[in-house]
Design a binder for this molecule. Structure first.
Ligand code: PAF
Length: 255
């Protein structure tokens, strides 16, 4: 497996299908599902590992984000990745960087209410990664349903030649969606967090809110939105950790 630690080192074989799984590292079972979905469809599978400062609204959240490139490289190698692309922040955002992608539409509401500028950072880094890796296909997880909608909109609106494929949310034995943020939960917080998948199981925003509130959680939002079909979405803080999750609803469910 190749590890490209700079843009200059990213010299990809261009024969066949190049696939990209963009990540911020701290690879876990949720990423395994992405790699497993991607592997059979591509000749060269690239995973980017880049903690994108531009998508964090809080500095404390950015500095608390787990970083362990050695772990990520071994994990990626074990899961069939051919190339890990891990550029330094100074190369992605050099001095004088001043051009941003400002997504509207799907980026409005939900996460943007709590994290202003988040999707500007996501859309900008995704476009940069697409330009650098030039994949024919890129895979994203359904857990970040609004992100998926924003990336699909970006690709459509700016005519980026990449197909976006979506992988269903991978869940732990207790129903909690895999996330790098789960590692920050204490045992008691993890117990509380189980209310999130339980809330989503109701498939109803009012009932879901009741489940969360009964568990003592004050959600940032519990909403149905049309993201590739009606979707029930939840965001809630447990201690200092903010978790998001969602479930697709049957077509025709009200948003
Ligand atoms: O979902 C993520 O890990 C990030 O938002 C992404 C898509 C890698 C962009 O930094």
């Amino acid at each position: 497996m190749i590890v490209a630690r700079s843009i200059g080192e990213l010299d990809l074989p261009r024969n066949g299908i190049v696939g990209l799984v963009p990540t911020m590292g701290a690879l876990h079972a949720g990423h395994t599902a992405l790699f497993e979905a991607a592997r059979p469809d591509c000749d060269v599978l690239v995973a980017s590992v880049f903690v994108n400062p531009a998508q964090f609204s809080e500095l404390t959240d950015l500095s608390a984000y787990p970083r362990d490139l050695d772990h990520d490289v071994s994990f990626a190698a074990e899961h069939g990745v051919d190339v890990v692309f891990a550029p330094p922040p100074g190369e992605m955002y050099p001095d004088g960087f001043a051009t941003w992608v400002e997504p509207g539409g799907a980026a409005e509401g939900l996460e943007s209410a709590d994290r202003p500028g988040h999707f500007r950072g996501v859309a900008t880094v995704c476009l940069k990664l697409f330009n650098l890796v030039r994949p024919q296909i890129a895979w994203f997880g359904r857990k970040d349903a609004q992100q998926v909608a924003v990336v699909k909109q970006l690709v459509r609106d700016l005519n980026v030649p990449v197909e976006i494929k979506v992988v269903e949310t991978a869940r732990d034995h207790d129903g909690l969606a895999f996330s790098s943020r789960n590692g920050r939960l204490t045992t008691a917080e993890r117990e509380l967090a189980r209310a999130i998948p339980r809330a989503l199981e109701t498939r109803d925003p009012v009932a879901a809110r009741s489940v969360l509130e009964a568990a003592g959680l004050a959600p940032d939002y519990v909403e149905v939105a049309d993201l590739d079909g009606p979707t029930l979405l939840v965001a809630a803080r447990i201690g200092s950790t903010r978790l998001i999750d969602n479930v697709p609803l049957p077509k025709g469910a009200r948003s």
